[in-house]
Design a protein around this ligand. Structure first.
Ligand code: HPA
Length: 231
């Protein structure tokens, strides 16, 4: 096992879906996977491996925020040889054209966090999605009439921002939406030469103040998981 994952070598598939919420990982395994087996319960961060359309795939929670996701992604790659990581999560809209329930493919991820500053000092690194996964997701969505938006997002380290206006700067630069994980996911994937993509459903809007109910979110998430599983 690794420090935070109680799985044996080979228990985890090369491709993994990574929702933030471990209960959503359980939901995906129970609803979509055949013959799924739980490989992790440490800290309640459930992980399962099963089969989707005959292909072996895993699903596991990442927790909320880049600090939590970073722990699991490092161990999944270094200790379990995971090669494709697809985050399926929620985000808050920064643009009036991006509505609640829309699906976003995060082409790139900006951040207000300092993890890459520690490495690159005064220089910038631009973390981006794996093009092959992005293209596959785009094509699958088009073929199945699923409306998607593709662009840059913000991975913030704070959910409750006491500067109520700060999001507007990011919005001016075309950032579609905010979440809390993808910048570090894409950065680790780049360094360790694995493939990553974040597929996000808009659960709330900072522009209109609208948000979706828990029940609505369940249905919207199913469409996003459909894309994630099929690519
Ligand atoms: N902020 C950060 N992460 C989020 C949000 C938000 O408004 N909505 C969904 N994930």
């Amino acid at each position: 096992m690794s420090l935070h994952i109680n799985a044996k070598p080979g228990d985890i598939a090369e491709t993994i879906l990574l929702p933030g919420d471990p209960l959503r990982a359980k939901f995906i395994a129970e609803k979509f996977l055949n013959h799924s087996q739980c490989f992790n319960e440490v800290r309640g961060m459930y992980g399962y491996t099963g089969f989707y359309k005959g292909k072996r795939v895993s699903v596991m929670g990442s927790g909320m925020g880049q600090a939590s996701l970073g722990i699991y992604v490092n161990e999944l790659i270094d200790d379990y040889r995971v090669k494709n990581i697809i985050r399926v999560g929620s985000c808050g809209s920064y643009q009036k054209e991006v509505n609640v329930r829309d699906i976003i493919l995060a082409q790139s991820a900006s951040t207000d966090a300092a993890h890459n500053k520690k490495i690159f000092k005064s220089m910038d690194f631009a973390p981006c999605a794996n093009f092959n996964l992005l293209l596959k997701a785009h094509n699958y969505a088009q073929e199945n009439n699923i409306a998607i938006k593709v662009g840059n997002i913000l991975s913030s380290d704070t959910f409750y921002d006491y500067n109520q206006e700060s999001w507007k700067l990011w919005a001016d630069f075309g950032i579609l939406a905010v979440e809390m994980e993808s910048n570090l996911l894409y950065s680790i994937a780049a360094l360790k030469k694995v493939n990553a993509l974040s597929i996000l459903t808009v659960s709330d809007s900072l522009v209109t103040g609208e948000s979706t109910s828990a029940q609505e979110r369940q249905c919207d998430f199913i469409q996003m998981m459909d894309i994630g599983l099929n690519i």
